[in-house]
Ligand binder design. Structure first.
Ligand SMILES: Cc1cc2nc3c(=O)[nH]c(=O)nc-3n(C[C@H](O)[C@H](O)[C@H](O)COP(=O)(O)O)c2cc1C
Length: 86
């Protein structure tokens, strides 16, 4: 596939089915995230994954009530790790 086609086909999903993403897929994603580039390779983030709907509901006000953030299978939250050093 051409890079341009890849870019043009990308989109932000705003609605999700009720299908749950298998845990092995989630683990695969977490592993792939490790390859994301970062300044000085500090990797200054911590990832929290909310796979439990109750946790996403509790967080909904902080997400401006975005329904798809609750309806999704898993919500990945990237937190800045301000303590990371070289
Ligand atoms: C930094 C950033 C934050 C975003 N935050 C949200 C968000 O909180 N909720 C959401 O539904 N989409 C979010 N988006 C997705 C944008 O709404 C989306 O990229 C934009 O509407 C363009 O649509 P497209 O990505 O399908 O082309 C975010 C995108 C970026 C780059």
């Amino acid at each position: 596939m051409e890079f341009k086609d890849l870019v043009m086909q990308r989109y932000a999903a705003k609605e999700f089915s009720s299908e749950r993403v298998p845990e092995e897929k989630i683990e695969e994603l977490v592993d792939l995230i490790r390859y994301a580039p970062s300044a000085l390779n500090l990797q200054p983030w911590r990832i929290r994954i909310l796979g439990d709907r109750k946790d996403r509901e509790a967080l909904a006000p902080a997400l401006f009530g975005q329904k798809h953030a609750v309806a999704c299978s898993h919500l990945f939250i990237f937190c800045a790790d301000t303590q990371s050093t070289r």
